[in-house]
Write a protein that binds this ligand. Structure first.
Ligand SMILES: Cc1ncc(COP(=O)(O)O)c(C=O)c1O
Length: 382
């Protein structure tokens, strides 16, 4: 038995070349994976710094499980908040020079749990047009003040942001990403912070793809501006799982009292929290991982045909926009035949007509493989 909409919606997706399927992935080592009995080099992973499976992080995970258990067994406000969580929060506050920090079980819930709670108090939100789904949903989910509009400014367009800010007399929060998840470009953080300051607005940065990757010690957006609120995920460069929101003391107190995602959800695993502290230590002390991403990205750019342009970035994500959904799938299959795993990114993840290959260059790729990949992409697209 199933609802009729299920069949209809899936048939439509199939017809539009937008149907999604999961693949069973077995990681062999570094970025080598096995899918359906075949080996591929993975260029779709978010393990930007190559820290997944790092022996020191794995050891910390094991030690954390022995000392504190695999589960926190409760939400943070009941009995789920322990020493490992406290230490991780302190580590993040020192790293990013923030007063306070609270942990969520994912970046998605951190964005929902903070934006929804803030907007409920009559704060107008100003989101970049290309904001991640979790930011959009967080901004839309509001139980009380549905009359307060969510403003969207054109992608990275500070002049448009200024115009929208000027038109609002409410309390205001500007929301953007440090590195955009599907395009890889970096937002003009300083200009955005200036525009916000002049309009007496606060700034929220989703640092999902910048944390660990940008800045001398991998502090992400906090290396460039003094954000009011930073959201960072652990599941990408930090290579564990969960997320944090860092802010000042008063907002921290407010969120732990009013954020429904925080209050009514089990605290992250203490073993994971302990492993995350170890990962952050490596990130702070091993700048060569960030340098290697830049060097390999430069090789990739040099090797691509001049007709294929990449947006400038210091991050790992490089979007090659193809446009048509069917063609993007075909190119992705062609690359798979050559041994490269690159998931075709299609609507609704990206706007219609902008389907793309999202190439992530990670610390544990090597020059030879990057050159081979660029050659195959040239062959498929030029
Ligand atoms: C910009 C951005 N924010 C938030 C998230 C959600 O983070 P998580 O995967 O930890 O839920 C993602 C994940 O893809 C993201 O790209």
């Amino acid at each position: 038995m199933t609802f009729s909409f299920v069949k209809d919606a899936l048939a439509q997706r199939r017809q539009d070349n937008l149907l999604r399927r999961r693949n069973l992935i077995r990681t062999i080592e570094d970025q080598q994976i096995e899918v359906g009995g075949r080996r591929f080099l993975n260029f779709s992973s978010n393990d930007y710094l190559g820290l997944n499976n790092h022996p020191q992080i794995n050891r910390a995970l094991e030690e954390g499980a022995k000392r504190f258990g695999a589960s926190s067994s409760s939400s943070s406000l009941v009995t789920g908040y322990g020493y490992a969580h406290q230490k991780l929060e302190e580590t993040i506050c020192q790293w990013l020079n923030k007063e306070r920090c609270l942990l969520f079980s994912s970046g998605f819930s951190a964005n929902l749990g903070s934006l929804q709670t803030i907007k409920n108090n009559g704060v107008s939100l100003f989101l970049d047009k290309l904001s991640h789904a979790s930011l959009i949903d967080g901004a839309r989910l509001s139980s009380k003040k549905d009359d307060i509009k969510v403003n969207r400014f054109k992608h990275n367009n500070v002049a448009h942001l200024r115009t929208l800010l000027q038109a609002s007399s409410n309390d205001k929060l500007v929301v953007t990403e440090s590195i955009f998840s599907m395009d890889g470009d970096i937002s003009p953080l300083k200009e955005i912070a200036n525009a916000a300051q002049q309009a007496h607005a606060k700034v929220f940065i989703d640092d999902a793809h910048g944390i660990g990757v940008l800045g001398e010690q991998g502090q992400g957006a906090a290396s460039f501006i003094d954000t009011d609120i930073t959201m960072g995920t652990f599941g990408k460069a930090i290579a564990t799982q969960g997320a944090f929101v860092a802010c000042d003391d008063s907002l921290f107190e407010y969120l732990i009292n009013f954020s429904r995602e925080y209050i009514y959800s089990t605290a992250i695993s203490p073993a994971t929290a302990w492993a995350t502290i170890q990962s952050i230590e490596l990130i702070k002390n091993e700048p060569w991982r960030r340098e290697k991403i830049k060097d390999l990205s430069q090789v990739f750019k040099n090797e691509l045909d001049s007709s294929i342009s990449l947006l400038p970035t210091d991050g790992s994500i490089h979007a090659i926009v193809i446009g048509d959904e069917e063609k993007t799938l075909t190119v992705s299959k062609q690359l798979a035949e050559a041994g490269f795993w690159l998931t075709a990114i299609r609507p609704p993840t990206v706007p219609k007509g902008t389907s793309r290959l999202r190439v992530t260059i990670c610390e544990n790729h090597n020059v030879k493989d990057i050159i081979r990949l660029a050659k195959e992409i040239n062959k498929a697209l030029v």
